[in-house]
Design a protein around this ligand. Structure first.
Ligand SMILES: *Cc1c(COP(=O)(O)O)cnc(C)c1O
Length: 381
């Protein structure tokens, strides 16, 4: 009796998970605007699911194979070289690592390795502020510019970099406030960038940077891996005794396998990088431009909403907006949930709404959001 019952339960569970899987592809699919962990291409979910059951047709799950196995080492090699290839960087000069600890670990790891005397930071939001806090544990930090005065709704432009800094650190896209650098500061010192939320979303000259880091869960893969692209010449500048796990040099010497790397997240990132390469950054760039113009167009047109950030500094990845005074936000929330829109609440430090429109977000989902904004406006006549 017990076994029959258990079998019945398992069958129900299976049907339930199949149904959820199907839902993604049917009319009632959820439109996911989450800022992170966030949407990935359906193809990544399909291929990753299949590798959980049977990886490379070897009868083992990707979750149970050795990180030293040939099958996984091929995954790691391909992911590392695809990242450099997509960035159009010189393979002799740059290398790619997949580390753990999130972008937050990079806040201290960059400083631990490279802050010898004085480093420059541009403070454009919560993440920059956190990076600055960690860096101060290792040396002197000069905040050469900040947009704190206006709750980080713009990217500062009036600043000079005249001293000899160990490096300059910036956050290319401010996930929480919805601002983005559309051109990058020029300086004589190495440039370090937190590109967590706009990595591979637009055509840029990656060779301007000496170290690029990105927590995967915004535009690249699932949480658990952080991509680091580093100019190996930077290693000559390390003066401290850095513990192995914090040392870029050690991770590079061990081919990003000093300890067990995050196997499954790296595999998912590889699946996504293959798609990025196949489509090409130019096409992705063009699509993201169209998508962001579409949503900001509606924010500006619709009398019920206002954009949060300065128009010239708007992020192409995270569109932040507020409901204007006198309009009923409860009703807008209800319209959104009726239309299966998920994850558009603004971050608690900004309030309002934030539509994260990463690479994998289809135009169709954006259409549903824009229609919901229009539906709301009509209801307020
Ligand atoms: C999310 C985010 C982080 C923090 O990433 P973790 O992986 O959670 O440490 C840092 N910087 C930016 C720009 C982010 O969007």
């Amino acid at each position: 009796m017990l076994t029959i019952f258990t079998y019945f339960e398992i069958t129900l569970l299976n049907i339930d998970s199949k149904f959820r899987y199907l839902q993604r592809f049917m009319n009632n699919k959820v439109h996911n605007f989450s800022a992170g962990p966030s949407i990935l291409p359906d193809k990544v979910f399909e291929q990753a699911s299949s590798a959980i059951n049977n990886f490379n047709g070897k009868g083992l799950s990707i979750l149970e194979i050795s990180h030293r196995s040939k099958d996984f080492m091929d995954v790691l090699d391909e992911a590392r070289s695809l990242a450099i290839e997509i960035s159009e960087l010189d393979t002799n000069k740059y290398t790619c690592l997949f580390l753990q600890g999130g972008a937050s670990m990079q806040f201290l790891m960059t400083a631990y390795n490279f802050l010898n005397k004085n480093a420059a930071y541009i403070n454009t939001g919560s993440w920059s502020t956190k990076a600055i806090k960690e860096a101060k544990l290792f040396g002197n930090v000069t905040e050469i510019a900040s947009s704190f005065d206006k709750n980080f709704n713009y990217i500062p432009k009036d600043f000079s970099i005249n001293e000899d800094y160990d490096y300059l650190h910036i956050t290319s896209n401010n996930t929480i406030f919805g601002t983005q650098f559309h051109s990058f500061p020029v300086s004589n010192c190495p440039l370090i960038v937190d590109m967590s939320s706009d990595i591979f979303s637009r055509k840029i000259d990656f060779s301007k940077f000496d170290l690029i880091y990105a927590g995967a869960q915004k535009n690249l893969g699932p949480a658990g891996a952080t991509m680091v692209i580093i100019n190996k010449e930077l290693l000559d500048k390390v003066q401290r005794n850095v513990p192995s796990m914090m040392s870029y040099k050690v991770h590079i010497e061990k081919d990003s396998s000093f300890n067990t790397p995050p196997v499954f997240p790296i595999y998912c990132i590889l699946l996504n990088l293959r798609l990025i390469k196949q489509e090409g950054i130019d096409s992705i760039s063009e699509k993201n431009k169209i998508k962001s113009e579409f949503i900001y167009g509606e924010i500006d047109r619709n009398k019920c909403f206002s954009g949060f950030s300065e128009v010239s500094d708007r992020s192409q990845m995270n569109a932040t907006f507020n409901i204007n005074e006198g309009f009923d936000s409860e009703l807008f929330n209800k319209i959104c949930s009726n239309n299966n829109i998920s994850g558009i609440n603004g971050h608690r430090s900004v309030g309002g709404y934030r539509a994260s429109i990463y690479n994998a977000l289809p135009l169709e989902s954006l259409n549903v959001l824009v229609d919901s904004m229009k539906e709301f406006e009509l209801s307020q006549e």
